[in-house]
Design a protein around this ligand. Sequence first.
Ligand SMILES: [Zn+2]
Ligand SMILES: [Zn+2]
Length: 343
Amino acid sequence: MSSKKILGYATKGVGQPLEPITYAPPKLGQHDVRVSVTHCGVCHTDIHAIDDYYGITAFPFVPGHEIVGHVSAVGKAVSDLNVGDRVGIGWQGRSCMKCEWCLQGEDQLCLDIVESGTWVPYGGFSSSVIADNRFVYPLPDSMPSEVAAVLLCAGITVYSPLRLYATEEKQKIGIIGIGGLGHLALQFARALDYEVTAFSSSPEKEKEALDFGADHFIVSTDEAILREAMLSFDLLLCTSSHKIKWDLLLNILKKKGRFVLVGFPDIEFNSTELVARQLSITGSFLGNRATMQEMFSFALTHSIAPKVELMPMTKVNEAIRRVKENKARYRIVLFNDTADTGA
Ligand SMILES: [Zn+2]
Ligand SMILES: [Zn+2]
């Protein structure tokens, strides 16, 4: 292990811009690996955490959890990874390995989930991070680092529920919100053989949505079209965290239809249709380790890739501003342009 200081970009208080800080490398546990960061995606969750939306942020806070880099050191109990390997780490960097959910292989539901975040103690907007090797994924050689970075959080977030609810019979699915998550969801849903409709409040996204794999496009603010689509969808996957037209969207679900949330829109609807049609509303959070591995090979087989803007890590505040202002098309990944990348 090197004793070299780590350079990270940290916010020192709620909603504050990031600034460079240095800190001693966190101690490498026996199951840990240290990874020199080459790329790190900017996710809405980082911005929520900077703003302490979840009420769990410890300052100074170094965000970043779509991490790609090279292994620079391994703990004593690590046998599957070697120094130099190119690897990826998503939001979850460890788990307790002993709670009821970990024992069932549902790592993302670990009762110690707050402590399991890759950004504990410091995240990927930095020269180096540590994580438990069981949450560090070797990457296929042919997959570009910026593609892998986004798949590690946005990819698993949408793949996991789409895979869980896919059936032999072709189902009609609607993807609500065509942004960083939605544009990947369209690609995965198409490859999983759903009939896919993209819902966006921006009519100008129609052509790109169709190119990403949508069979149909609906402007989500068009109430007349939503009324016409009544009782026609098996599944709606909502990637949006903005206000949505709940009553009209629940109305387009078939009886026993399912509404899956991966975004965080405020919930407000009349419950009558929910009861009368026996609808389900459910959340989905990341995915387990087995699904992560499956997702990488599925994405490779079906040539699924996010559309990425690359920016240097030294411009992290500008990147965050673009994501906040909804200007990223469709995800931003930072590449590490600091002179010294590494502990
Ligand atoms: Zn994320
Ligand atoms: Zn656990």
